[in-house]
Design a protein around this ligand. Structure first.
Ligand SMILES: Nc1ncnc2c1ncn2[C@@H]1O[C@H](COP(=O)(O)OP(=O)(O)O)[C@@H](O)[C@H]1O
Ligand SMILES: Cc1ncsc1CCOP(=O)(O)O
Ligand SMILES: [Mg+2]
Length: 277
């Protein structure tokens, strides 16, 4: 366990970077363009606002070229995809590439249907500057291994998705976040394990989608590893859950905790280890 008193020099440096990234998001308020699913639009917009970013949910081809000129990043979430939305997502990725904007992909339900798996892979292959954030079952399925998904929720543990995440890093030159009981941030140079969060979080829909959107906020200020968003969101979930009687209050308390999260809370709660470099 990596607590405050025993933090290694490398963990201390990463902690400082996470805190600095949060300050930068709050100062810069980057615009994050989201093509996301019908279930979570309101919640993810509120999560982005609470951390200090500026969200817009936009999906029309007619405005996407303009959006990608002014945005800091593009978030693509395939949660309620259909043939029309897929074309819009592909076009948005083209526009993000043309403007050198980072793209965060949430392969919601990857593995649950051929449509989801194929679409997620097509989008990943097209994106130049890519971060993939998914739960363990989605990451395993995206990499072409056999996952145990039954829909949007994971049935695999984060540890079992680790090799798949490394394969995705190599295949798409992407950074990959596996979320779950334990979170992993996997890049070409480093793998970081985070043991924060709360077991009540999977009882609220859209928890992963909010993490993906926040990853977009941090990518917009240049933190493209996925680490700052993953660490901060899990700590926020932990703090919020301690004040919540159940999933309904947790959903609301997470927005408040995102707004209030401080450098001191990050220092005190971050449970992080570099497991490979
Ligand atoms: N069992 C758990 N214990 C602690 N935190 C969890 C647990 N499951 C999920 N989380 C947290 O919930 C957030 C969303 O992750 P996850 O549930 O894996 O995404 P998704 O909603 O896409 O399936 C992450 O911050 C993760 O750390
Ligand atoms: C329930 C559901 N169905 C399609 S998208 C969606 C939301 C999934 O959100 P998350 O992956 O963050 O739990
Ligand atoms: Mg999800």
């Amino acid at each position: 366990m990596d607590n405050l008193s025993q933090r290694s020099p490398i963990s201390a440096t990463l902690t400082t970077k996470i805190i600095a990234a949060l300050a930068q998001v709050r100062a810069q308020k980057p615009l994050v363009v989201n093509i996301t699913n019908y279930v979570v639009m309101n919640n993810t917009a509120n999560a982005l606002l609470a951390i200090g970013a500026s969200p817009i949910m936009a999906h029309s081809r007619q405005e996407m070229a303009e959006m990608m000129q002014i945005s800091g990043s593009l978030v693509i979430n395939i949660g309620t995809l259909d043939s029309e939305w897929i074309q819009r997502m592909l076009f948005a990725v083209e526009q993000a590439n043309a403007n050198n904007k980072p793209i965060v992909l949430d392969p919601v339900g990857c593995g649950a249907s051929v449509l989801r798996t194929h679409t997620a892979r097509t989008l990943a292959a097209k994106a130049n500057n890519l971060i993939i954030r998914g739960n363990a079952s989605e990451i395993i399925a995206l990499a072409g291994e056999t996952s145990q998904t039954k829909g949007v929720d994971a049935l695999d543990s984060s540890d079992t998705a680790f090799v798949a995440a490394q394969a995705l890093v190599a295949q798409y030159q992407a950074n990959v976040v596996i979320s779950g009981d334990v979170d992993y941030v996997v890049t070409a140079s480093q793998t970081i394990r985070l043991r924060n969060g709360h077991h009540m979080m999977p009882y609220v829909t859209g928890m992963g989608c909010s993490l993906t959107a926040l990853t977009g906020a941090f990518a917009a200020i240049g933190e493209t590893s996925g680490l700052a968003a993953t660490a901060i969101y899990a700590i926020v979930g932990e703090i919020a859950a301690e004040q919540s009687a159940g999933p309904a209050t947790l959903q609301l308390n997470i927005i408040d905790a995102l707004y209030q999260i401080s450098a001191e809370q990050i220092q005190q709660r971050l449970n992080m280890a570099v497991v490979a470099s």
